[in-house]
Unconditional design. Structure first.
Length: 552
């Protein structure tokens, strides 16, 4: 190597060192290198690919001077070349467009690439990536160029690793603060929707990603249900079930999964949907509540990226914080739902009892009221609070119901249902009530409570009395008609005979007697006519205790 070449390489080395030392973000380091090396090394293009820890594959880190189609090819180089790079050896090739062993030879030819120098990027004796220098003119890389490029690649490895370590340290501090803030936010709410929304909104922002989803396991069918999302279209979210995707299966088993290229990774099912959504990379982590996995959190990036260990740890920690908050919120939700159901059942039972038209009450073994419906409250003209706990016997102290006939007392004594009918008095009005008591037995078979239903049967009793009166009236009417019929036959015969005698007798004294007889017989006829047409009667006092009937 001539002195001039040494000076040139030294100058290039110094520039690369200076450039890489000026930036601390490893992505900026890679972008700076691939943009600077073509001019410094007199090549047309440069790329840096890094090892994906998840798949041990080389994934694109930075590129300059090449088309997107060429960069997106599946095969980077021949298997022989890739094996050499993995072993830590550089590979220089001339006339790569004429190779036949390359799987994507058409793309190489259409890109016009002639020569390629591929260099392993090594840091602390480990391969962390590769640096490729490409020319569109045929070029034979000399031993000095290869040796210098190796040193340059090593420097690039140091720069990338240093920037990574700095970024990791910086991220760890930021992520620690973010976890604390997230923990405070999600712990301050017991509203499940609010907790979920907080998580899916904060995490993509913290990691500089497109969106985030949370799916929780449903205990009924052990399926994942999408419960929260942010930054993603409804079309993408409705693409289908994800339970059988390998990245989801791994997360459900408790392991985080980082995918650099979702379009080429076999752990992804819906590649087309992700392409349409603009998703390039994905991080899938388990959501844990204690040691139990309760769901999966997925962070989606619209730029290709290798998630660093600090980013993965942050996502895992955030998911665990969220998992605890989710469980607390779900527990609170279940407790609230339970109380609501209890209150609803109480309201439902109360409404049912209040809809029962008869009066209803429940007493315990000490004959204290423990439940009353609204009808009983209205009849007693007392509120529920005034009645509950009252002595049952006090309700009937002014009524015609003694202890011996009390149906509740009989149930407590015998354990069997009992019924009793008696009169009650309200504002000088007389009412009839029918009381039916039934036992409620405890686990030991003894009477624990007594349910009593009180029906107002005043109208029923009045109806029965009216029916009795109608029966009596019908009997009297029928009797009167029968008597009238029996009287009319001899009456008309006697009246005819008397009228004939009246015409035949000449003696005036006898004529007057006959006329009296005829007149009385006719009055009897009027009476029998009234008896056959009567519709009612009234009884009235006559002489002494005797009563007579006055016909209507």
């Amino acid at each position: 190597m001539t002195l001039l070449q040494e000076q040139k390489y030294l100058k290039v080395f110094q520039k690369v060192t200076k450039l890489t030392s000026m930036v601390l973000d490893h992505q900026q380091v890679m972008d700076t290198i691939v943009r600077s090396l073509p001019d410094l090394m007199a090549v047309d293009a440069a790329t840096i690919r890094l090892i994906d820890a998840e798949t041990s594959q080389f994934v694109m880190g930075a590129a300059h001077g090449l088309s997107a189609e060429y960069l997106s090819r599946i095969s980077i180089d021949t298997e022989e070349t890739m094996e050499m790079i993995r072993s830590g050896y550089p590979v220089a090739k001339t006339d790569v467009d004429l190779e036949t062993a390359h799987h994507d030879q058409d793309l190489v030819q259409s890109e016009g690439i002639k020569s390629v120098l591929t260099l392993p990027i090594i840091f602390q004796d480990a391969i962390i990536g590769m640096l490729r220098l490409l020319t569109r003119d045929k070029r034979v890389f000399t031993a000095d160029e290869i040796s210098f490029s190796m040193a340059l690649a090593e420097q690039v490895g140091i720069a990338i690793s240093n920037s990574r370590m700095f970024a990791e340290m910086e991220n760890q501090v930021d992520f620690m603060k973010e976890v604390q803030e997230l923990s405070t936010l999600v712990s301050s709410s017991l509203d499940l929707s609010e907790v979920l929304d907080t998580i899916v909104e904060r995490l993509p922002h913290s990691l500089g990603c497109k969106g985030c989803t949370i799916r929780l396991l449903q205990s009924q069918n052990n399926q994942l249900e999408l419960v929260a999302s942010h930054g993603l279209s409804e079309t993408y979210l409705q693409r289908g079930h994800v339970e059988n995707e390998k990245n989801v299966e791994a997360a459900l088993s408790g392991s985080p999964v980082s995918i650099f290229d979702v379009g080429q990774d076999d752990r992804i099912f819906y590649k087309k949907n992700m392409e349409e959504e603009g998703i390039k990379s994905l991080l899938s982590v388990p959501i844990k509540a204690g040691s139990e996995v309760i769901g999966v959190l997925r962070i989606l990036s619209d730029i290709s990226r290798c998630f660093t260990s600090s980013e993965i740890n942050f996502a895992v920690t955030a998911a665990e914080v969220g998992g605890g908050a989710i469980r607390n919120a779900k527990t609170y939700q279940q407790i609230t739902l339970l109380f609501n159901q209890i209150e609803e059942n109480e309201r439902f039972l109360s409404n049912i009892l209040d809809c029962i038209r008869p009066q209803l009450l429940v007493v315990d073994k000490e004959k204290h009221l423990v439940l009353v419906n609204k009808i009983l409250q209205e009849v007693m003209d007392k509120s529920e609070n005034e009645l509950l706990g009252c002595d049952y016997n006090g309700l009937w102290q002014d009524q015609e119901c003694d202890e011996k006939n009390c149906p509740v007392s009989r149930v407590l004594e015998t354990g069997k249902s009992a019924t009793y009918t008696h009169r009650t008095f309200q504002e000088d009005e007389v009412y009839w009530c029918e009381r039916t008591a039934s036992p409620m037995l405890g686990p030991d078979g003894e009477v624990e409570y007594v349910i009593e239903v009180i029906r107002d049967i005043t109208a029923k009793r009045q109806l029965e009395e009216e029916q009795l009166e109608r029966v009596k009236l019908q009997g009297v009417v029928e009797l009167a008609g029968t008597v009238a019929h029996e009287i009319n036959s001899p009456l008309f015969a006697a009246l005819g005979t008397a009228q004939l005698l009246e015409d035949d007798i000449e003696d005036q004294e006898f004529i007057a007697d006959i006329q009296t007889i005829v007149r009385n017989l006719r009055e009897i006829g009027v009476l029998t006519k009234k008896m056959t047409s009567m519709t009612g009667f009234e009884s009235r006092d006559y002489v002494g205790d005797t009563k007579i009937v006055e016909m209507r």
